[in-house]
Design a protein around this ligand. Structure first.
Ligand SMILES: [Cu+2]
Length: 154
């Protein structure tokens, strides 16, 4: 236990000790880093991710246009009494988003395509992670009267 505490203390000195001194410090290795610009718990090495919820309402998809970084996930939640089947353009083949195609519904690949592959009942959710940058239009497959767009930025 004492060893662990000492180790943490020394580690903190190595990383932060020099930054609090007025002059060069024995403990300062390289440039001092501001905790705000590079917090220890968020090194900034990975691309940002975003999780966005799109409400399915009687008025349509809300919000209708969504922008997320690559790797972001969009979750649709049906708040209406009508089954709703979000799917990538174009109707009826659903092939615009890379790798997608309505013929893959019901196969093991169904989880990898931008296609709910079923009408979501009230309260049901469908999530999809976007790993391809671009502007991806989608529609409601059963009625083809609701439309939306997911913009994925690299
Ligand atoms: Cu369709």
């Amino acid at each position: 236990m004492i060893y662990n505490v000492s180790f943490l203390f020394i580690t903190n000195l190595l990383f932060y000790g020099g930054c609090n001194e007025q002059h060069d410090s024995f403990f300062a290795f390289g440039a001092c880093r501001s905790p705000d610009s590079n917090p220890p718990n968020n090194p900034g090495q990975n691309p940002p991710t975003a999780n966005v919820t799109v409400r399915i309402t009687a008025q349509g998809y809300e919000p209708q246009n969504v922008s997320i970084p690559i790797g972001g996930t969009v979750t649709w939640v049906n708040e209406t009494d009508t089954p709703n089947w979000p799917a990538t353009a174009r109707h009826p083949t659903h092939t615009e988003y890379p790798g997608s195609g309505i013929e893959k519904c019901g196969s093991p690949e169904a989880l990898t395509i931008f296609d709910a592959c079923r009408g979501l009942a009230k309260g049901e959710r469908y999530s999809f992670m976007f790993n391809d940058a671009g502007e991806w239009s989608y529609h409601e497959h059963l009625g083809v009267k609701m439309f939306g767009k997911i913009t994925v930025t690299s």
